[in-house]
Design a binder for this molecule. Structure first.
Ligand code: KG4
Ligand code: ZN
Length: 321
């Protein structure tokens, strides 16, 4: 049994997964309410909350699997990318538990984790496939030829897709994080009401900062009251522009690479319009799109674990290198 721990941003999460990829327990404690009043994640506040939550969340995962720590054979933990202070809380907890039990520790890259959300039972996906990873921190097109590795084909030149959702939500006076909120409000709006631009970027890269600026100008033009009244139309039109940009790039990547299967992972994979726009694609299960530890434990199955006690000096990393 693998115990996974994830604390890279504002979710404190622990999960238990077997070597075969059976998910035994997954607990996610979101700090979203805590950060909402600031309109985004405050790193220091996140670290402190992870400190409070990491032990109870791990205990809850063990409890819900009906297991004790002595049944755990390997510890998996997110080492990066993410907020370094937040990552260090999970990494330290993982080291302590692994060291105390003389267990091996597998350091997992958060992005490999998102991809590995596709590898869990009962319906694991087998490579090769083209993967769109769209989250709050990243927008990547990846060629996945075997489990545990991927090759980057495209990335965002500025904002990530989830970031575009969050910034748009903020401009529309919706809460943080805004993706799910835009998704919900857009259902009652007219997506052709406002013609928002889709960036023309060469190759297989993305760009979302122009779109965000277009929304800003449109909201200013309309004025506060009118923007509020047309909020559903604005949200629907804005969401459509993001979804179209993502879907068009996926289609271009399929033509360029010849992959016959497409998978979508990361927080934005929860978006209902994106799911509808790519009907043939395989999406991560809804509860495993946003950050969780089940995907981290799953990814650890394809990572070489460090034996006891070689991991004590491991450090976290903030960004992709
Ligand atoms: O994967 P994730 O939990 O964290 C990162 O690794 O960044 O992704 C979080 C992002 C946030 O930007 C959030 O607004 C977005 O995923 N998100 C959504 C939806 N649910 C979450 N975006 C669009 N539609 C949704 N339903
Ligand atoms: Zn993530």
């Amino acid at each position: 049994m693998i115990l996974g721990i994830e604390t890279s941003c504002d979710e404190t999460a622990a999960a238990l997964v077997t070597d075969e990829g059976q998910l035994l327990a997954s607990v996610v404690s979101s700090q979203a309410d805590l950060h909402a009043r600031y309109g985004g994640v405050v790193p220091e506040v996140a670290s402190r909350r992870h400190l409070d939550l990491v032990s109870p969340v791990i205990r809850e995962a063990l409890g819900s699997a009906g297991a004790s720590l002595d049944r755990v054979e390997k510890i998996a933990v997110t080492r990066g990318p993410g907020l370094v202070g937040a990552l260090l809380v999970g990494l330290s907890a993982a080291k302590a538990i692994a060291w105390a039990g003389r267990l091996p520790l597998a350091p997992v890259d958060h992005l490999d984790g998102h991809i590995a959300s596709l590898y869990l039972e009962p319906d694991p996906l087998e490579p090769p496939f083209l993967c769109l990873l769209a989250s709050g921190g990243h927008t990547l097109l990846l060629a996945v030829r075997e489990r545990g590795t991927s090759e980057r084909l495209g990335t965002t030149l500025d904002d990530a897709a989830g970031e575009a959702f969050d910034k748009g939500a903020r401009l529309l006076g919706l809460g943080y994080p805004g993706g799910a909120e835009i998704d919900r409000i857009a259902q009652g709006g007219d997506s052709s009401a406002f013609p928002f631009p889709i960036a023309r970027v060469p190759g297989l890269d993305f760009s979302f900062s122009g779109l965000k600026t277009a929304l800003l100008y449109r909201v200013r033009e309309l004025g506060e009251d009118e923007a509020k009244r047309r909020r559903a139309d604005l949200a629907a039109s804005y969401q459509r522009a993001i979804v179209r940009a993502l879907a068009q790039r996926v289609e271009a990547a399929v033509s360029a690479t010849g992959f016959d299967r497409v998978a979508v992972v990361g927080g934005v994979a929860a978006n209902s319009e994106l799911r509808a726009a790519l009907p043939a694609a395989r999406f991560a299960p809804l509860d495993l799109c946003t950050d969780n530890a089940a995907m981290i434990a799953s990814a650890a199955r394809y990572v070489e674990a460090l034996p006891y006690p070689d991991y004590l000096g491991l450090d976290a990393y903030a960004s992709l290198s």
